[in-house]
Design a protein around this ligand. Structure first.
Ligand code: TYD
Length: 217
């Protein structure tokens, strides 16, 4: 595969989607092939599963059933959208991916790390992002941001604050354990400063990976 797979991770209200769109526009305006996508979702089947997962009460699903649904959606998304795009040499930007399952279903819902990693191995083998940007923010601030948004997909936002603190700690722990893949970005900065940090991480990590001169950015 010749493309580059970049994921954005972080807690609720960390501004991932805004920053992903910003990076997408930067890459496109430099005439590089790029697609943006999201999880759960990104393919027709996975978008149907998204509706099952994100609506309803916080304890709607048994934790293992929930995790299997996330992985069913992920497998379809990877096989039908992400891998073909990477094969074409495209940069794929994805809003959340497997780290969200490790953190939300693992740490938040008490599923073992081993179980989730085995499921990953079973469905996707060693497939993983080339770069993961973790947008880090105090959950008290993040949740306030999301409450001012409207929308029905609030199943995870409605979990209690301890859950959101565990989510934050979970992402930071992944970043500590996999520094070659992950960059932590302070999402409490102004939007403009977060954009600068995102662009710097992209240039530093991906410039080398795709052997492109990104001075134009
Ligand atoms: P979404 O509306 O996309 O919000 P956000 O801006 O927070 O990404 O909701 C996705 C929700 O799904 C989010 O609360 C995290 C949760 N989630 C998991 O619990 N496990 C996963 O594997 C993924 C991809 C998401």
């Amino acid at each position: 595969m010749t493309g580059t797979f970049i994921t954005f991770e972080g807690g609720e209200g960390s501004g991932k989607s805004t920053q992903l769109s910003f990076l997408y526009n930067e890459i496109k305006s430099n005439n590089l092939p790029c697609v943006k996508t999201r999880e759960p979702g990104g393919s027709e089947g996975a978008e149907s599963i998204r509706g099952l997962l994100l609506n309803g009460s916080a304890d709607k699903w048994d934790p293992i059933a929930e995790t299997l649904l996330f992985y069913a959606a992920r497998l379809d998304h990877v096989e039908r959208l992400i891998k073909p795009a990477l094969t074409d040499g495209t940069i794929v930007l994805c809003d959340r991916f497997a780290d969200s399952t490790r953190v939300y279903q693992g740490i938040g819902k008490g599923l073992s790390e081993d179980y989730i990693l085995s499921l990953h191995q079973l469905t996707l083998g060693h497939f993983k992002p080339d770069l993961t940007l973790i947008l880090d923010i105090d959950p008290e601030v993040g949740i306030k941001r999301t409450l001012s948004r409207s929308g029905a997909e609030t199943r995870f936002e409605s979990m209690d604050m301890d859950f959101h603190h565990a989510v934050r700690a979970g992402f930071l722990s992944i970043a500590r354990n996999e520094p070659e893949r992950c960059v932590v970005i302070d999402a409490s900065q102004s939007i403009e400063d977060v954009k600068k940090s995102v662009l710097n991480a992209f240039k530093q990590r991906i410039g080398q990976h795709i052997k492109l001169n990104l001075d134009c950015f």
